[in-house]
Design a binder for this molecule. Structure first.
Ligand SMILES: [Zn+2]
Length: 256
């Protein structure tokens, strides 16, 4: 079994708001991965006295712990419990009803039995490689569909008919994309934050199978270097408009 991961902050002077962790073995002989992309806070910090890395470390740590110790819970239940536990850690000091209270995207995968379980919430991506080499992206494409419809997405955060992130409401777990794949049908899988997926989603220079092939051949650091090279070619984000010229980028590859 091979597991590789890499992460890099978008800017050296700003803390990395991504989170990635892998546990081996978990729940007996299997394992689990958790990947989060924290949402950059507004000027008022979303009514929270804590940093985004404070939030992602707590949510990601709780999520990994629950995923590996509670095989009796579904991944949705694990996410719901992790959100509650994290909210409890700052409910007394912060305004958790603020629309930009600390929040994150999430990808969770758990393997070890006959099936590999997955959960995807918001715009980090999971890629599944079948035994025959076919790569299937698993995406929660709500934000993409809103943008394609010409809507401003910011006011639609965690709103009905909008898009959803893991913030302070455990009920959001019901909105996650989940599924199971027979373990024998999978050769490998990968999870990437949107900062590592820019070749596909922003620059249009790669497709998902190509991104996955680079991960398999050259590893996560090479993928991030490729994204940085594209960003460096347009450092102000003028030729290819994008929210941030440089974004935190994280990738993790799991070969069974
Ligand atoms: Zn707080």
């Amino acid at each position: 079994m091979r597991i590789e991961t890499a992460t890099e902050a978008g800017r050296p002077d700003v803390p990395n708001e991504d989170f990635v962790s892998v546990a081996l073995p978990a729940a007996g002989q299997g394992g689990a991965l958790v990947l989060l992309d924290g949402v950059t806070p507004p000027a008022d910090n979303g009514g929270c006295m804590h940093s985004v890395p404070w939030f992602t470390a707590r949510l990601g740590g709780a999520l990994l712990e629950l995923t590996v110790t509670r095989a009796d819970l579904t991944l949705r239940q694990c996410l719901s419990a992790a959100i509650s536990r994290t909210a409890d850690a700052h409910r007394d000091t912060c305004d958790l009803s603020h629309p930009l209270t600390p929040q994150a995207t999430a990808v969770v995968v758990r393997w070890g039995g006959a099936e590999v379980e997955h959960l995807v919430l918001s715009d980090s991506a999971l890629l599944l490689e079948a035994a025959d080499g076919t790569v299937t992206p698993v995406l929660d494409d709500r934000i993409e569909r809103l943008r394609a419809a010409g809507l401003r997405v910011a006011p639609l955060r965690n709103q009905e008919d909008g898009f959803f992130t893991a913030a302070a409401d455990p009920a959001v777990a019901a909105r996650a994309v989940t599924g199971r794949t027979p373990a024998a049908a999978l050769r490998s899988l990968a999870a990437v934050t949107d900062g590592a997926a820019r070749g596909v989603e922003v620059f249009g220079t790669d497709d998902w199978p190509g991104l996955f092939a680079l991960l398999r051949k050259a590893g996560p650091q090479a993928l991030i270097a490729r994204v940085r090279a594209r960003e460096d070619a347009d450092p102000a984000g003028t030729a290819v408009p994008r929210g941030k010229p440089y974004d935190d980028a994280t990738a993790v590859l799991v070969e069974f």
